[in-house]
Ligand binder design. Structure first.
Ligand code: P1T
Length: 380
């Protein structure tokens, strides 16, 4: 199935009616092994860590949504990141943007440095500093954009160009934007990565990860590593992500519309010192966001006036925004990164302001969300 349109591919790529029964929805192949036609001979599936038809459907669909040739699904976003890092060897160096998910930082700093990998964290909105961070042994440029939790925007095309000159691959963690809003491969990235737990799954009911690339040699190695390391998702989890992906386009439009209204409301609110949302003209990388994203997404952060105590009071006081980690689901969430998702960066140069509040804006009616936040800001 090929279409130029994202919405159509989300529903149909990898999802032709099933051949044996005509089932319109890809079945959940809940099996760990497959009968072989002869010793060592099979119909493409032998053992479910290596491949499973439900997972294969998801992988084909995700590759198409990112405009890539090959997709691989994983048991979590961290499972995808860990497997990707197995491409590297002791002594290799990675340039990483200085605002990343706390779990990514924790894996790099507290696990992989012990295996001889080297990391330099740099503000990738500063392209000169980014270029200077590369070394002879740099193998990867690691971008998150929008970043977690400060919602900075990194110019993917510019960083990918720098990395290419240095013979390094560019990886983009596209979790916050989703493939509907941003297509890093078309901007020059070599590898795209997702926590499918977030917008792709979309309903806060599954944990998963994914990698997409168009480089055959990277794909072959990652496919080998996916099987060798074994961080694979179960068939039901694949089915949930595939179902989520079908509605990604309509959800992202609503997430983005709601978030823009809320960001504007927060920017005008006296209890808020600063708002980080790439759709606001006040955002320092507004023009880059406009260039590389087709809309601005559902993630907002803001600094509460009154510091850490005020941030915590606001996060406790909302009723519709649920206090919780994660993001990208249809229901709105609120959290305080310094005490929750980004605890592991405490004491490092990536430490997050304790007054920062992060919102994952859902698809509830925007007036209800605004009323909820107004109430929390005034009574928090
Ligand atoms: O949680 P998991 O599916 O393993 O994905 C990890 C991950 C990777 N990349 C980004 C940009 C992420 O935000 C995450 C997970 N983030 C949260 C749980 C959070 O609340 O920020």
């Amino acid at each position: 199935m090929h279409s130029d349109h994202f919405e159509t591919r989300a529903l149909h790529v990898g999802q032709a009616p099933e051949s044996a029964t005509g089932a319109v929805v890809v079945p959940i192949f809940q099996t760990s092994t497959f009968a072989q036609t002869d010793v060592g001979e099979h119909k493409g599936f032998d053992y479910a860590r290596t491949a499973n038809p439900t997972r294969a459907a998801l992988e084909e669909c995700l590759a198409s949504l990112e405009g890539g040739a090959y997709g691989l699904a994983f048991s979590s976003g961290m499972g995808a990141i860990t497997t990707l890092m197995l491409l590297l060897k002791s002594g290799d160096h990675v340039v990483v943007c200085d605002d990343v998910y706390g779990g990514t930082f924790r894996l790099f700093r507290r696990v992989l440095e012990d295996f001889g990998l080297e990391f330099t964290f740099v503000d990738m909105t500063n392209l000169d500093a980014t270029a200077r961070a590369f070394r002879a042994n740099t193998r990867l440029a690691w971008i998150e954009t929008p970043t977690n939790p400060l919602i900075k925007i990194v110019d993917i095309a510019a960083v990918a160009q720098i990395a290419k000159k240095q013979n390094a691959w560019t990886v983009v963690d596209n979790t916050f934007a989703s493939p509907f809003l941003q297509q890093p491969l078309a901007l020059g990235a070599d590898i795209v990565l997702h926590s499918t737990t977030k917008y792709l799954g979309g309903h806060s009911d599954v944990v998963g990860g994914a990698i997409v690339t168009s480089h055959q040699e990277i794909f072959e190695r990652l496919k080998f590593l996916q099987n060798a390391a074994g961080a694979v998702p179960g068939p039901f989890d694949c089915w949930l992500v595939l179902r989520g992906a079908k509605t990604l386009a309509v959800r992202m439009e609503r997430h983005s519309a709601n978030a823009l209204r809320i960001a504007q409301m927060l920017e005008a609110h006296p209890a808020v010192a600063r708002v980080f949302y790439p759709g606001l003209k006040s955002h320092p990388q507004f023009e880059i966001a406009r260039k590389q994203m087709c809309d601005f997404g559902g993630m907002i952060s803001f600094i509460a006036r009154g510091g850490s105590d005020a941030a915590r009071r606001i996060a406790r006081a909302t009723r519709l925004f649920t206090l919780g980690e994660s993001l990208g689901g249809v229901e709105s969430l609120i959290e305080v990164p310094a005490a929750m998702t980004h605890m592991s960066v405490a004491g490092s140069p990536l430490e997050v302001d304790a007054a920062l509040v992060r919102l994952s804006v859902g698809i509830e009616h925007v007036e209800d969300l605004i009323a909820d936040l107004n109430h929390a800001l005034e009574n928090g």
